[in-house]
Design a protein around this ligand. Structure first.
Ligand SMILES: [Zn+2]
Length: 110
C-alpha cells in the first residue's frame, strides 16, 4: 500500500507589506515653519511631534510696526513712534506648539 504523497504546500504567504496608515481629513497641517496663518490659535498637527494641538500664539513687532515707528519718527512724532509696538494689530503673530514649543508659523502683518 502506497502512502499518499504529502499535500502540496498551499499556505499562502503574503509578502506585501502593509501600507503605512494614511490619515485623511486631518486638520491644517503646517508642514514648514513660517507659513501664513491667522492671528488666532489654530488646531493643527504639529509637524515636529505629530500631535494634534491648538497652537499657542505670541505677538512680536513686525515690519509694519517698524515702518510706522520710522514714519512717525521722520515726521517728528518722537513720542508717538513707539505706539505701534503696543498695538497688537501692528504685530506679527507667531504660532508655537504647546507640546514641543517649535515655531509652527508666523502671521505677518505685511
Ligand atoms: Zn510639537
Amino acid at each position: 500500500m502506497q502512502s499518499a504523497p504529502p499535500p502540496p504546500y498551499t499556505e499562502k504567504v503574503s509578502y506585501e507589506s502593509a501600507p503605512p496608515p494614511v490619515q485623511t481629513a486631518q486638520p491644517i497641517f503646517l508642514g514648514s515653519p513660517v507659513v501664513s496663518i491667522g492671528t488666532y490659535p489654530v488646531q493643527c498637527i504639529c509637524p515636529h511631534c505629530r500631535t494634534q494641538i491648538v497652537s499657542q500664539t505670541a505677538k512680536k513687532p513686525g515690519l509694519l510696526a517698524w515702518l510706522l515707528c520710522g514714519g512717525m519718527a521722520l515726521l517728528g512724532f518722537w513720542l508717538c513712534c513707539f505706539i505701534p509696538f503696543c498695538i497688537d494689530s501692528c504685530k506679527d503673530t507667531e504660532h508655537y506648539c504647546p507640546n514641543c514649543h517649535i515655531l509652527l508659523g508666523v502671521n505677518k502683518t505685511i
